[in-house]
Write a protein that binds this ligand. Sequence first.
Ligand SMILES: O=C(O)c1ccccc1NCC(=O)[C@H](O)[C@H](O)COP(=O)(O)O
Length: 213
Amino acid sequence: MEMKVCGMRDPENIRSLISEVGPDWMGLIFYPKSPRYVSDEKAADLKEFPVKKVGVFVNESEAEILRKVEQFGLTAIQLHGKESVEFVKDLSEKTNAELWKVISVGSEIEWKSLEGYLPFVSKFLFDTATAAHGGSGKRFDWKVLETYPFDKSFLLSGGLDEESVEEVLALREQIPQLKGVDLNSKFEDAPGVKNIEKLKNFKSRLIHSGTNN
Ligand SMILES: O=C(O)c1ccccc1NCC(=O)[C@H](O)[C@H](O)COP(=O)(O)O
């Protein structure tokens, strides 16, 4: 099971994250209204950290996304707004970075509306719908995923905490396309500063369940 830790920006905290937790992905939020926003100046300092970086964007222009991918060595682009299929298709023709489309979940999901993204994205990420776009700390009702109709893998997001491990694994028994988790505000001491002990605990629970793959 892949682990993405989102909303990182403090170099000391990132150093501990990499050496003590070792996540698969680190999310950098390039949305200025987020309390976890990473400025260009900050991002430049984070470029050399040895972890795959996912840039999180909300309705950002293509040119700005592409500039940041190059400048900050992003491996993946997480599109966390209302990006259309056309936008995602265009972007896919201009970058080798992975594209992840976020689906903000309210009460239900109209699967048909996701079909157009399938050729262009490497993953979906399901997160709780919120006016702030992300980082709500709230879960959506995972029952809506039980009818997930695609082979495409996805990450589960939205309010995950230390106690979520067993439930996530149970969900993966039902839906093997669930390939990873996205951890954020429930693991924070302050916006953008993660509690390393909580993350270690989450990871070790994953490992001890024998499913850290
Ligand atoms: O976290 C934010 O501040 C944020 C703001 C606007 C867009 C996206 C944002 N976060 C992106 C993520 O991928 C979060 O990990 C995801 O929303 C889940 O957050 P949480 O519910 O706090 O676990």
